[in-house]
Each structure stands twice: as C-alpha cells, then as structure tokens.
Ligand binder design. Structure first.
Ligand code: PEP
Ligand code: MN
Length: 253
C-alpha cells in the first residue's frame, strides 16, 4: 500500500461515482478486489449542477468508504470539496481528489499542500496546461509534492460526448511537470460504451493510471449511471493494459 502511494506506479482506481450506502459499496468493492483492483473510489460530497440532485452522504459516506477500505485492504480515494473537510478526510481516506470544479480553488489547494496524503488534481473543464500546472504548484509549494494529475475531459464545441478527452495532455503534462498523469475516461465520455476505447487509448498514449466509475449494478447508480461500467468490462480493459504499456515503451526507446 505504501509503495503505490509513495512511488506511483500504474494503478487503476475504480468504484461508484457516489457512495450510496455501506452495503452496495462493500459489494462492489469485493467484486473489484476479486478482479485485482487495489484502489476504491467513491464520492461523498457531490458538487451537482442542480441543487435538486443527490449530493452525496457527506461525512457518513466517508466513514463507509474508510470502513470498506479497511475491511478489504483497499486504498481509498475520494474528492475533497471544501477546506474545512481536509483534515477529516486526510484522517480517513488515503488519496484525496480535487475535482474539476475546484481546480482553481487556491485556498483549498494550499490546505491540501499541508497534508501528507497524495492528491489527485483533476483538470478544470476549461483550463490550459499551464493553468493546471500552476494549480499543482499551489499544492506542492505548500509542502505536499505527492500530486497526481488527472485529465477528465475538457469542454469543447462537441455536444455528443459529455466532454472531450484530451489525449495530448498525457505526454505534455508528464513532460512539463514530471508528475504522474492519470485519465478519467468516465466523465470525459458520459456514456459507458465509450469508456473502454478512451481508457485503452489513454494507456497506449502513456497514461500512468486510470480512474473509472464502475459498480455491480451500473444502471441503478444514483449518480452518473450512464457512464458507469460493469466490473466485467473493467476486467477486460485491465487485461489489455500490459500489452499497450509495452507497445508505448517500445515507441519511446
Ligand atoms: C467524480 O470523479 O465523481 C467527478 C465529479 O469528477 P469531475 O470533478 O472530473 O467532474
Ligand atoms: Mn461521477
């Protein structure tokens, strides 16, 4: 567990968009663990566009995720949306996430720079590479160098997909920052049928990891059901990873 966090090596983070209750989270996590997943995601504080949408279980969700992680020996990953939750989350969750809507929340970034836990910094939906890098520097200059960048799609003129996955971001940001760059194909796609191709394209382009929304009954997800995949599909994606990584390394050498 320490190794994965201290020296990031290729990793797949999977789990539901939002934590809905303890039992379904445990059932999904168990299935994911059987399929070789070591990092479990789940959101507790959801920043929804509509105030009428499910906005997560809050602190109770974090307690559920922490317990499932401990019970199954999984690394836990969850989004921190506000400064006054940083300490509580750092005590209970292994890797904290800054979501796309908070990439420019500099006080939050500075506060996350004061903790020891790694931070996944998602790219703002309309942020340039340099703005994204500057946001990462807010965390690192505050004392936390364990930053992992996550490309999750940017807003373009194309309405067919939820966002547009920027594959160039992988090589450009690895070169500019020296930080690991992972890909979230789920939020870029918005539809589950697109998730495998985006995930595999990312691996072939040198991504250092994937964060994918996955649960045992994807269609029943309260949040982001349309882009959530089944564990079986996740396994098929993971089977292709070693070969694509080898091909990528061959091209580099
Ligand atoms: C999420 O990962 O559940 C999420 C809300 O992502 P993003 O911040 O990229 O929209
Ligand atoms: Mn989601």
């Amino acid at each position: 567990m320490e190794n994965i966090i201290d020296k990031w090596s290729f990793g797949v983070i999977a789990g539901p968009c939002s934590i809905e209750a303890y039992e379904p989270l445990y059932a999904t996590a168990l299935e994911l663990k059987k399929r070789g997943i070591k990092m479990l995601r789940g959101g507790a504080y959801k920043l929804r566009t509509s105030v009428h949408s499910f906005r997560g279980l809050g602190d109770a969700g974090i307690h559920h995720l922490s317990k499932v992680g401990k019970d199954l020996g999984l690394i836990t990953v969850s989004e921190c949306t506000q400064i006054d939750k940083v300490e509580f989350m750092a005590q209970n969750i292994d890797i904290l996430v800054v979501g796309t809507r908070n990439m420019h929340n500099y006080p939050l970034l500075e506060r996350l720079g004061k903790i020891g836990a790694p931070v996944i910094l998602k790219r703002g939906i309309a942020s340039t590479y340099d703005e994204w890098l500057a946001a990462a520097e807010y965390i690192m200059e505050s004392g936390n160098e364990r930053v992992i960048l996550c490309e999750r799609g940017i807003r373009t003129f194309e309405p067919e997909t939820r966002y547009t996955l920027d594959i160039s971001a992988i090589s450009v940001m690895k070169k500019k920052s020296g930080l690991p760059v992972i890909i979230d194909p789920s939020h870029a796609a918005g539809s589950r049928y697109l998730v495998p191709s985006l995930a595999l394209a990312a691996v072939a382009a040198g991504a250092d990891g994937l964060m994918i929304e996955c649960q045992i009954n994807p269609c029943e997800s309260i949040c982001d059901a349309s882009q959530t995949i089944e564990p079986e599909m996740l396994s098929r994606i993971m089977e292709c990873v070693p070969h694509l990584q080898q091909e990528y390394l061959k091209i580099l050498s």
